[in-house]
Design a protein around this ligand. Structure first.
Ligand SMILES: [Zn+2]
Length: 441
């Protein structure tokens, strides 16, 4: 298949934007990319003529909670620990297989509609196989894993024994890690306060048995959280996680807002990735991560929407715009320009997951994970400089502008034509599921 586009934002090392370009897709892989004028005879190849649209790599969000999509709007105006104790832990604890399934489907529909092609999902304590089933069926690329919790002083009913957690995690990783080529395992101890020292250490060891898998946790999101880690373990949070072996080149740490100089140094030395979640960090009154500094230090950074009840969107474009804007009053107008933000949303997100050789840019040999977006609405990108194209996308673009989403060369979303799940049906199912879930809380 050949796709024609007005502009192709490649996000390759040369930062190339190809005007009036094309990509050719063979067996789900980009087999050539260039200017339309350089394309020879197309024979009877299938053509998608999107010559009014801009083509770019799909967005990569390495911190998502599909299990929480059902709880959007039900946990506003709370700080992290209250948010968990009063709402999120009770709700997640009440999930049945069917409520979890509808929650995952709602999240997947929303993500694909907004141009996200790859996620790292934090999972939940029970019924994790449902999330794997839904991700597999969706056509999306993902890492996911059961959320591990063997301690919970905030809501004691929502935890499991250490041994059971380790065994269940092992068997899920064995069952799902790259059994489908799009779906890898992301080991997911929730955060330092919900995991014993033994669980963190054993999980870090177990991850090594599954090549190309990810270690995924929350870190240093909230001041009360890091105070409690200090009280329990006598260490700063990042130092504590490091002492368990949780910080490696395969680790993705969501948030990382409150770090001291030494912790920043440790992150860099371990080559661990940060997933910046600015909406969630503002909404839960957590703070603003010093992303410009992390980038200057050479720390891997990516951007994720976190969960629907702390955002309350799953939109990569909303997250990207906010990631650019919140740093400017603190670090000046030159910090976090539109290109830098798009890099974090695409190729750097892939690097955080160790799949930047596979996806994250529009280059020959990479998987055909891309979106087609309309930047012609209003005058989002009339002035045709490269800067204006990045600017139109990051500062003015929205989910409604996304016309097509492709993963592995397959169209998984087309505006007004195709969605993975019927949204109206999903919503009526969600209403029923939520009603019975609330009876179980
Ligand atoms: Zn989270």
């Amino acid at each position: 298949m050949i796709v024609f586009a007005k502009n192709i934002i490649t996000m390759d090392a040369g930062r190339r934007i190809i005007r009036d370009g094309y990509i050719r897709i063979t067996d789900g892989v980009i087999s050539s990319v260039g200017e339309r004028s350089s394309l020879g005879d197309t024979g009877n190849e299938q053509i998608l003529d999107a010559s009014g649209l801009t083509l770019l790599p799909g967005f990569i969000q390495p911190h998502i909670h599909l299990c929480q999509t059902l709880f959007r709007g039900m946990a506003d105006n709370l700080e992290l620990l209250d948010w968990l104790q009063l709402r999120i832990f009770p709700y997640e604890n009440a999930h049945s297989k069917s409520s979890l399934r509808v929650s995952a489907r709602l999240g997947i529909n929303e993500l694909l509609k907004g141009g996200t092609t790859t996620i790292l999902d934090m999972g939940t304590l029970r019924h994790q196989e449902v999330i794997f089933e839904e991700l597999t069926a969706s056509g999306m690329r993902a890492f996911a894993g059961k959320c591990m919790m063997d301690e919970n002083t905030l809501y004691p009913a929502f935890r499991n024994d250490t041994r059971a957690e380790m065994e269940e995690t092992y068997s899920l990783a064995k069952e799902f890690h790259f059994k489908n080529p799009r779906i890898g395992y992301g080991f997911a101890p929730r955060f330092a306060l919900s995991c014993s020292n033994a669980l963190l250490k054993e999980t870090a060891e177990l991850q090594k048995d599954f090549p190309e898998s990810i270690l995924h946790t929350h870190a240093s999101e909230n001041k009360s959280e890091i105070e409690e880690v200090r009280r329990r373990y006598g260490k700063e949070n990042i130092d504590y996680l490091d002492s368990t072996g949780m910080l490696t080149g395969k680790s993705v740490l969501a948030h990382c807002i409150h770090l001291n100089d030494n912790e920043i140094k440790t992150l860099k030395e371990r080559n661990s990735a940060v997933c910046h979640c600015p909406s969630s960090n503002l909404k839960l009154s957590s703070g603003i991560a010093n992303i410009p500094r992390y980038l200057k230090e050479g720390i891997k950074v990516s951007i994720g929407a976190d969960g629907a009840p702390c955002n309350n969107n799953l939109s990569a474009l909303i997250e990207g715009r906010l990631a650019a804007l919140i740093q400017k009053p603190l670090h000046g107008p030159l910090s976090m320009d539109a290109f830098t933000v798009l890099k974090l949303m695409t190729i750097d997100g892939a690097a955080a997951l160790g799949i930047d050789g596979v996806t994250g840019s529009i280059e020959t040999g990479k998987k055909a994970d891309f979106i087609l977006i309309n930047l012609n609405t209003y005058n989002k990108s009339v002035y045709d400089s490269d800067e204006s194209i990045y600017s139109g996308l990051i500062y003015s673009g929205g989910d409604a502008d996304v016309e097509f989403t492709f993963v592995d060369g397959n169209c998984v979303y087309q505006k007004d034509v195709k969605e993975v799940y019927d949204q109206a049906e999903l919503l009526s199912e969600a209403k029923m599921e939520l009603k019975s879930l609330l009876n179980r809380v």
